[in-house]
Design a binder for this molecule. Structure first.
Ligand SMILES: Nc1ncnc2c1ncn2[C@@H]1O[C@H](COP(=O)(O)OP(=O)(O)OP(=O)(O)O)[C@@H](O)[C@H]1O
Length: 588
């Protein structure tokens, strides 16, 4: 998948709109009971609305015309009672529907989150985190109105329109035709607008996503931005993205806003026509005054739901782009997944074999080419080589973060594709250069390696990687709160916590991308000792930058151009005076 950045719009696959709509409303199936009660409440509300003009007609034609005040009071009381009932129903309907739509949003967000977690590295490689967040937060939120209004508007308003149209046709056919005459025109125009509007809202969501991606990237790298005094430059970029965002919104909004005047004009023309013909019919005595008054009420009762429906339709077009973006991600099949009959990987001893492994991230750009090696349990391997040689790639493949195109990777003689990913990765300890800690206490962070670890185990783990002393010296000890980037701690201290988190999970194979940064001497020594403690008795792969680590390794693999070009102990490699010799000389 090509890499997307905040500078480019994401491309959304064209899907048939009705499929997206159906898929969205399928979530309602779990709320049948609530939907039915809302529909029942709506039927009461709609009936009251429809009865009101009839009561007015009766009041005018039967009571006011004959000075029958008792009848007028009776009908007035009846009107008050049914309208009060209707108000109670409206309130109840709002409560139920907000609950249903909120729960559906939670479900969609949860499904999306769980699904994204299953996706392989290449999904994350190809899109900025900000764009993923935009889908989980913004796009999901954009569905709220559609869900909320679907039951409240769609079904009841359709029923109202049909019921009112029938009543009008029965009352007076000609007046009814005059009232409805603008309907075909309205439907035609709306259909025309929605095609364009949908594209513009898609564009708006993309611009929104770009802005999210940029702000996420910018704020995550704020230290770099500030240290390069690049705030002006990033503000300019933000301003540019903001302008694009604004422009796309205005363009889409303008189009959507045409909906209203068109409905209002159609409504107005219908009303004028009814009055025009109504007055004439009144003159000829074909209709009564009460009927004309009732009819005018029905016109607004007919056009009101049409207004609501066009509003709903507008919302649907506006927010469908959000639903499409959500379902598009949900439809991405995880590249790395368990095969149908994947077995649980038993407790391993730590033998690792690469058999003629070739790998490419992008088609036809070979990163590893026919790599083979065998590592015995407990061996410590240092990977060295020029930048971009393929060292990180080798260690990523052992944990099956990517699938290889050719060859086999075996652990304890079992092909890693034949076992479940969870059972494979749970036996690996992986530490990257960028130590990621999560917000919470230090204790929580160490426990992440073994969720059921006791406090004693946590302390023991910290002690074994020499992290205990500095943690104890913190005011709150193991309960010290740290934020997501571990900012209150030094680089070395963060690493020590990560070591404790790894050692508590007791992995058989340890993968370590050693940090290049040099840390203050005391913590540096602790980190060195921590690494040694970690490596003890485990198969380990270390992308080594420290000479001490390299020299202590059982074997050193020199990686260059996607191949292992030299292999052996430090001493042996120095003797052959190849690439390792040169790298080593350059370092010392
Ligand atoms: N996610 C990715 N998508 C596409 N290409 C990638 C990806 N990760 C790495 N590469 C490319 O694969 C090659 C090997 O990268 P790798 O990270 O394995 O090198 P390395 O030896 O670990 O380098 P360094 O010492 O600089 O970390 C490089 O050319 C790199 O550009």
């Amino acid at each position: 998948m090509p890499i997307n950045t905040f500078r480019e719009d994401e491309t959304t696959k064209e899907v048939i709109k009705i499929h997206t709509i159906k898929r969205l409303f399928r979530y309602m199936i779990n709320y049948k009971k609530e939907v039915i009660s809302v529909l029942l409440l709506m039927s009461i509300i709609v009936s009251v609305n429809i009865i009101n003009p009839i009561l007015i007609k009766i009041a005018i034609d039967n009571y006011i015309a004959f000075d029958n005040y008792n009848g007028l009071i009776r009908i007035g009381i009846l009107a008050i009672i049914i309208n009060l009932i209707s108000m109670v129903c409206i309130k109840r309907r709002i409560i139920i529907m907000s609950k249903v739509s909120n729960e559906i949003l939670l479900t969609i967000r949860q499904e999306l989150y769980t699904h994204i977690q299953k996706l392989a590295f290449n999904f994350f490689d190809s899109r900025p985190v900000g764009k993923i967040l935009a889908r989980i937060i913004g796009d999901v939120n954009s569905l709220k109105d559609i869900l909320n209004n679907s039951v409240i508007t769609l079904i009841p308003d359709f029923i109202t329109i049909i019921a009112v149209a029938i009543i009008m046709l029965l009352m007076n056919f000609r007046l009814a035709l005059a009232a409805l005459s603008m309907l075909p025109f309205l439907i035609f125009i709306m259909n025309y607008i929605q095609i364009k509007a949908h594209k513009r809202w898609q564009d708006f969501r993309n611009k929104n996503s770009n802005m999210n991606a940029f702000t996420h990237e910018d704020f995550s790298g704020m230290r770099v931005v500030q240290s390069f005094a690049a705030e002006g430059q990033t503000s300019d970029t933000f301003e540019k993205l903001l302008q694009e965002h604004k422009k796309s919104f205005i363009s889409a909004f303008k189009l959507s806003n045409i909906f209203w005047p068109i409905v209002e004009v159609s409504w107005g023309v219908g009303t004028v026509l009814v009055f025009y013909f109504g007055v004439r019919l009144l003159g000829t005595g074909t209709i009564t005054v009460g009927l004309l008054v009732a009819f005018t009420s029905y016109i607004s009762m007919f056009w009101h739901p049409i207004m609501n429906l066009s509003n709903f339709y507008n919302q649907l077009i506006t927010n469908l782009a959000g639903a499409e973006r959500i379902f598009e991600i949900m439809d991405i099949e995880p590249d790395i997944k368990d095969v149908d009959e994947a077995k649980e990987m038993e407790q391993i001893s730590g033998k690792v074999q690469f058999k003629k492994v070739s790998f490419e991230y992008e088609k036809n750009i070979k990163v590893l080419d026919d790599v083979s090696f065998t590592i015995e349990p407990g061996e410590a391997i240092a990977l060295v080589g020029p930048t971009g040689a393929g060292k990180t790639t080798i260690i990523n493949l052992i944990s099956r973060f990517y699938d290889i195109q050719k060859g086999d990777i075996l652990i304890d003689d079992v092909n890693i594709k034949e076992v479940t990913i969870e059972s494979l990765r749970s036996q690996m300890g992986i530490m990257t250069q960028d130590t990621v800690l999560f917000s919470g206490t230090i204790k929580d962070n160490i426990r992440y390696g073994k969720l059921d670890a006791t406090d004693e185990e946590i302390i023991q783990a910290a002690k074994s990687v020499y992290a205990h002393e500095f943690i104890e010296n913190l005011e709150q000890g193991y309960d010290t709160e740290i934020n997501e980037r571990g900012v209150r701690l030094s680089v070395g201290q963060r690493q020590l916590i990560a070591f404790a988190r790894t050692i508590i999970s007791n992995p058989r194979i340890l993968i370590l991308d050693e940090a290049t940064s040099s840390i203050d001497t005391k913590t540096e020594r602790l980190v060195q000792k921590g690494i040694e403690a970690l490596l003890e008795g485990r198969t380990s792969f270390v992308i080594a930058h420290r000479l001490s680590t390299i020299q202590k390794a059982n074997r050193i693999f020199v990686v260059a151009d996607g191949k292992i070009i030299e292999e052996g102990t430090h001493r042996k490699l120095l003797e052959i005076k190849g690439l390792y010799y040169n790298l080593y000389k350059a370092q010392v």
